[in-house]
Design a protein around this ligand. Structure first.
Ligand code: ZN
Length: 59
């Protein structure tokens, strides 16, 4: 069991090192892609949900 855990850790570290060596910064970009910047209204800055737009444009 412990051997398996150590092996898994080594694999994870190796993947991180190889990823960094092949494309530096790509890991950070991937993490950032998972947290996309929420679209905000250009007029009032409120967060937009869906595609209907902001309330400030309707009135
Ligand atoms: Zn707005």
């Amino acid at each position: 069991m412990i051997k398996g855990a150590i092996f898994f850790l080594i694999i994870m570290v190796a993947i991180g090192l190889i990823g960094n060596a092949i494309a530096p910064g790509s890991v950070g970009r991937m993490v950032r892609r998972q947290l996309p910047k929420a679209s905000t209204c250009p007029r009032c800055g409120r967060y937009l949900f869906g595609k209907t737009g902001c309330d400030c444009r309707k009135g």
